[in-house]
Write a protein that binds this ligand. Structure first.
Ligand SMILES: *Cc1c(COP(=O)(O)O)cnc(C)c1O
Length: 543
């Protein structure tokens, strides 16, 4: 029931009020705040309604392009938001939503986020952030330490040095990857004699000066699409991100990588960066980073590791060796908003050499003066929020051993789920988990037996049908709203490298139980029976 039928007005007084007076504890917003702070999960369970509304229906609620002429009272607007937005959003922290990399959040994050927003610091410069600047530099130092494990003297020397930076904090893995490749490009095409460097003179003159035909970035075919975006905006061109084939474990084939380097060198095409992936987005596998490091060194190119998703594994002493060789990387991307349980908008790129960032240094007269400690002189983004505080607080509150438990449990849960799939007659495990990510599909026993005959032509049509069935199940499960797995298409070597549609799960939510995982398989079996075309056709083919 609405508490009021008053009409809001835009007056000096009402504007003054919204800047000075908090909503009363018994107002709609006041009550919601209380509900959220007492029990976030309960709040989300109560207010996110898992309904089957199509996005096109939801669009009807967001159809008006007019900026309102009539102000609303906060409480009235809250009702609107709850009904049209919150109710129709996605319960990303639900333990049965295991298809995405957007994690559940510890409850301390909520009041801390409120503090961060309340303080509204701008990390672009010291003038608007003060203690937040050394805090962010310390977070970069801790993450540098996680990757490179230098001694205390190193961090004392560089962490707070105005002319140096151990990395850049940014909104996510995409910006982190762009920043890393930006540094790599500018270091390669640096000032030289009369040439003032690519940053000043642009790519065209840089290529002429250095005598390259073209530039290329090499990454496995499992590389994240943000690398293509980077190549696009850095003037390299998406087609010059060259995909190197992977082996049967979805890891880059190092022989093919080395061959490609040689081939490009002969054509006077400069490979300016080789990217290793530490936790591919689709299969969660880690490239052989130590071998890539050798190849990068031999070819004198920048070695970047995209550990946006998998980088947090370094916090686990048990699983850290999976990323061996990462310490040879010139730069490393890690997303805190993935496996570090920090809210969206927290990415980092770390540089081995504290002087690397001078390649992208920018100054302006009114801010970012030379010699200042302003973080904005070494970041792609300008104004930035104090997200580093949430990483800082999480590292202190959870601590490395706490993170280790979260990481280890996630990987072990993925191993349990893989085992469950393997033991189930009607599911086929497609990629086994190296970290907490795996792919699989529904394939009845008789169909699996048919596939095992290795008749290529027959398998092709069976795989197409299975793909349609997988898509059907995945969509139905998502629409039902109680649980969610994602789907992707990957080349599978046991089917001759054919692209196969699979379910993809990421098991990072600590609240996901074995019972929930069993329930997800059960529901998928039931949904398969509801498919009126694909399943009967498949079973017939397998007879
Ligand atoms: C998620 C991810 C990215 C992109 O990160 P955003 O935070 O979404 O910008 C890049 N690389 C890998 C391997 C990722 O998993």
């Amino acid at each position: 029931m609405r508490a009021t039928t008053r009409i809001a007005e835009a007056t000096q007084e009402s504007l003054h009020r919204i800047f000075t007076i908090a909503e009363a504890p018994d107002s709609t917003l006041g009550r919601l705040e209380q509900e959220m702070s007492q029990n976030l999960v309960g709040f989300l369970n109560n207010h996110i309604v898992a309904s089957k509304n199509a996005l096109t229906d939801i669009e009807q609620d967001f159809i008006n392009a007019q900026i309102p002429e009539q102000p609303e009272f906060v409480s009235d607007h809250m009702h609107h938001l709850l009904d049209k937005l919150v109710a129709q959003s996605v319960h990303t922290s639900s333990p049965s939503f295991i298809g995405h990399m957007t994690s559940a959040l510890p409850s301390f994050i909520l009041p801390l986020s409120k503090l961060m927003v309340g303080l509204n610091q701008n990390l672009v410069k010291v003038e608007t952030s003060k203690a937040f600047t050394p805090l962010e530099r310390q977070v970069l130092g801790m993450m540098h330490n996680l990757v490179y494990q230098q001694d205390d003297i190193f961090y004392q020397n560089w962490m707070h040095s105005a002319e140096h930076s151990l990395g850049a904090f940014c909104s996510g893995g995409t910006v982190a990857n762009i920043t890393a490749l930006w540094v790599a490009r500018n270091k390669l095409l640096k000032p030289d004699g009369n040439f003032k460097g690519v940053a000043r003179e642009g790519l065209h003159r840089a290529m002429r000066h250095y005598g390259y035909q073209d530039l290329a970035i090499l990454v496995s075919e499992r590389g994240h699409y943000s690398l293509k975006k980077s190549a696009d905006i850095l003037g390299i061109g998406q087609d010059n991100v060259i995909a190197i084939p992977t082996d049967e474990n979805n890891k880059i084939d190092c022989q093919k990588l080395a061959d490609k380097c040689q081939q490009l060198a002969e054509a006077k095409i400069k490979v300016f960066a080789i990217v290793g992936v530490a936790g591919t987005t689709e299969t969660g596998n880690i490239d052989p980073l130590d071998k890539i490091a050798e190849i990068a060194q031999r070819n004198q190119c920048h070695f970047h590791v995209d550990a946006a998703w998998g980088g947090a594994t370094l916090l686990s002493n048990k699983y850290r060796p999976l990323l061996k060789g990462i310490e040879h990387a010139d730069s490393v991307t890690i997303d805190a908003h993935k496996q570090m349980y920090v809210p969206m908008g927290a990415g980092l790129v770390i540089f081995k050499d504290p002087a690397s960032v001078s390649a992208i240094e920018h100054h302006a007269e009114y801010i970012l003066r030379k010699g200042s400690k302003d973080l904005g002189s070494h970041t792609l983004e300008g104004s930035r929020p104090g997200m580093a505080m949430l990483v800082y607080a999480s590292l202190h509150i959870i601590s490395r051993p706490g993170y280790e438990m979260l990481i280890n449990q996630a990987i072990e849960k993925a191993e349990y789920f893989a085992e469950l799939i393997n033991q189930h007659d009607d599911f086929e495990l497609i990629t086994r988990p190296e970290l907490c990510l795996l792919t699989y599909r529904y394939a009845p026993k008789s169909v699996q037996a048919l596939l095992a005959r290795n008749d290529n032509a027959a398998n092709k049509s069976v795989n197409i049908l299975l793909g349609k069935l997988t898509k059907f199940i995945q969509k139905r499960q998502r629409e039902d709203g109680r649980s969610f797995v994602s789907r992707t298409r990957i080349e599978v070597s046991r089917y001759g490298g054919e692209k196969i549609i699979v379910f993809r799960v990421v098991l990072a939510n600590p609240l996901t139980t074995e019972e929930i995982l069993q329930g997800i398989l059960q529901q998928q079996c039931q949904l398969a029976q509801e498919s009126e075309n694909f399943l009967p056709e498949l079973l017939q083919a397998a007879e």
